[in-house]
Write a protein that binds this ligand. Sequence first.
Ligand code: AHR
Length: 502
Amino acid sequence: MKASVTAHRTYTVSRIDDRVYGAFLEHLGRAVYEGIYEPTHPTADANGMRGDVANLVRELDVPFVRYPGGNFVSAYNWEDGIGPKEDRPTRLDLAWHTSESNEVGIHEFADWAESVGTDMMLALNLGTRGIQEARDFVEYVNHPGGSAWSDLRKKNGRADPWNVKLWCLGNEMDGPWQVGHKTAYEYGRLANETAKAVRAFDRNLELIVCGSSHANMPTYPEWERTVLEETYDEIDHVSLHMYFRNPEKNTADYLALNQKLDDYIGTVASTIRYVKSKKRSKKDVTICFDEWNVWYHSNQQDREILDGANGWPHAPGLLEDIYNFEDVLQVGCVLNTFIRNADTVKLAAIAQLVNVIAPIMTEKGGRAWRQTIFWPFWFASRYGRGTALHLVTDGPGYDCAHGDNVPFVDVSGVHDEAAGTVTLFVVNRSQTDTIELDTRLAGFGKLRVETHKMIRHDDLEAVNTADRPDEVAPQDGTGASLDGEHLTCPLPALSYHVIRLR
Ligand code: AHR
């Protein structure tokens, strides 16, 4: 079997916003406590932040980290996390039924973000709170001084404002599970008024309004239309979320889920255009896909933890999905979809970063390691910057629950003009066949194959653990060959590839 791909230097989708490789960190489970923060850990720095975890985060080179939630934010008081630690209150977190010690708050998170070289994306509580809290928090974080909140920040040890640009107007407000859940109209009105208030500080903030929690929500996509009609002039991005699951162990269906993702993005992009036309607006709104990942492996364990929990535990091991090789292929397909939609999806965040549905796992007091999905994210974040190519593809496909003739080969291409590279990210979803990739690369000048890496394992369920951290890891690919403009490469059944040409 053969799959043909044509790439031309001038057939482009858009420049890829580097911020499509962002990540998310919530006060949930062991993401913060025992994740990034563990003062008694042998690698902890003076602020109690784990050095081994910080190093792995640096490897991923995420341009921003979204914080502090998630569902958590919708009942969170940011003021609980400032001032002397010994004075901070312990609160009951309504979202995850746990105790929040508030040992980590905005100062600790900001210092950590700076130390790992990432920007902050902060979420505002529009569940239990509203405009007042939002304006106070933005003033605390971004105002230089001479006002009550900014002077309190200084007193608490941070002289300069952090100048955070990215602000989420709540989280998943369409979800009945959300504390303070609202109808689209109620939320749209509140988000619009909150946006106006915080823009008074800075016209250049980038504001993100909640879209749908997933494409099966009964309110989707009417939610987006209503919310955008209320907020269009004041916001910059619509947030979408989607998690990928395979509880029935149906690989064919599972690996085709990015068809659904692609429809979801297309539908919301059309809704944005509809509202733009209706408003006679010149302004563009884009998509911020600020929660995405595989999430299902830990569902049963979470039920047991929560059912067996005595009261409100602090940092229990919730949402600790252990990822397998099959998930590498899924994450590869998701990232390919974002690259192919680079004109619309300008920001995205893998959910989450450490321990909680995350590429990085830790032991309390012990080791930190890379989960299987670390690798496709690492490759995309490292090599997927530049301009997304509009590839013309043709090849065999299969019928499944998410579409007919779903191509076995899922591919995206990135041209980095400055570096002089063309990179192809390729997944072969066929469970039985090696497929010959047959690519024509036109207009890029003389190239050679610089790197070919492959991830493959005989066992779809193979995982990485603290004892076997490299069970699923990149290896050198074989067989990529370039003859003039013609690149060929055999893609074994169920394999992930990065082919970089320079
Ligand atoms: O990432 C885990 C949870 O998933 C987040 O708290 C919420 O926003 C989503 O439902």
